[in-house]
Design a protein around this ligand. Structure first.
Ligand code: AVI
Length: 334
């Protein structure tokens, strides 16, 4: 078993594309720049502090939030078919790299069925959460070398050299949280990270009935509302802000023209808020745009795949096509 210097079964390291101080400063600069915009906005990547990651895990257990359970129920079959597919391609060992790994729930069915995975690397922006999840995974798969890396998985990352064929894993339709241009950049960067003759297994949420979409992002137990507002709690704590959470409400609407769910925090009154010594005015009804979650028809998504230099090899659709999982292959040199 591969172990770190300590007693942990999981080797942890910080990606050299992000260091702690730089990250803190980046959070402040991003928040201030976002609140200065005419349409105020915050990046959804800042949802995931320790509490935000816990809220997200709760979202995944909600009846209304179909993406999590739908994808999870597809993955055992996907992994069994991958095992056959890779045998046919004469691939006998895989270096599995999960981007935005979070709680590592989705990789378990993949590891259970895809026996040719020889090494697992988990990359996520929330280091503490990832480390805990990696320790738990190591107990379930004691013979698998596991590495946990805190860093920005949207940028190219240097992987340790390996004889195994690299396969990225990006489940949950997190790619939908990027604008199409950012999604294209992510796909290109993933190709750079994974290299020539690599694979990428992706979960992508599909376009569907508007009510089903809006219920998934505005659940009856208000967990998503707490998740959304937690970004204000984080700003208050880390950037000396004074947001009054009771003066903002959670909003989730499907923007049909752009094919995305939008989450906002709407100010209930005219108010002013101070963050890191700077004051921001809010009119009643004005919103902070906190997240987009794009939904794609598989053929529509294929345009991004091709533009980024990947080729779709396999497509799995859940019943009623409410979620898709696809395997991409990069054949040529980067
Ligand atoms: C992480 N990401 C794919 C989730 C989504 O569905 O866009 C984040 C989320 N936001 C609200 N609920 C879930």
């Amino acid at each position: 078993m591969h172990t770190s210097a300590g007693s942990s079964a999981v080797c942890a390291w910080q990606n050299n594309n992000k260091k702690g101080c730089k990250m803190d400063n980046e959070f402040k600069e991003d928040v201030l720049a976002g609140l200065r915009l005419t349409q105020k906005a915050l990046s959804p990547k800042y949802f995931y502090d320790a509490q935000g990651s816990k809220y997200f895990d709760q979202i995944c257990q909600l009846e209304e939030y179909y993406p999590y359970r739908t994808e999870l129920s597809l993955l055992p079959e996907v992994a069994r078919e991958l095992q056959d597919y890779f045998h046919q391609q004469s691939v006998d060992s895989i270096q599995l790299v999960e981007f935005g790994a979070g709680s590592l729930h989705k990789v378990k069915p993949v590891l259970q069925e895809l026996k040719m995975v020889k090494e697992f690397i988990a990359i996520d922006i929330s280091g503490a959460h990832l480390q805990a999840a990696s320790e738990e995974l190591a107990e379930a798969f004691p013979d698998l070398p596991i590495k946990a890396a805190q860093g920005d998985f949207t940028k190219p990352i240097e992987l340790a050299p390996s004889d195994a064929t690299p396969m990225g894993f990006f489940p949950g339709s997190t790619i939908g949280n990027f604008d199409p241009g950012e999604a294209l950049d992510f796909l290109r960067n993933a190709r750079t990270t994974l290299g020539k003759d690599s694979y990428l297994l992706l979960g992508v949420d599909t376009k569907k009935d508007q009510q089903m979409l809006e219920d998934a992002y505005d659940d009856s137990s208000n967990v998503t509302a707490r998740f959304n507002k937690n970004i204000l709690t984080r700003i208050n704590r880390e950037l000396n802000g004074n947001f009054d959470l009771s003066q903002f409400e959670h909003v989730a609407i499907y923007n049909e023209e752009l094919g995305r769910i939008e989450m906002h925090l709407r100010s209930l009154v005219d108010q002013q808020v101070t963050v890191a010594g700077e004051t921001f005015q809010f009119k009643q009804g004005e919103t902070i745009h906190t997240e987009n979650s794009y939904k794609y028809h598989p053929d529509e998504f294929d345009e991004l795949v091709t533009a980024a230099g990947w080729k779709r090899e396999c497509l799995w659709l859940a019943p009623d096509a409410i979620f898709s999982v696809m395997l991409l292959h990069s054949k040529e040199d980067n």
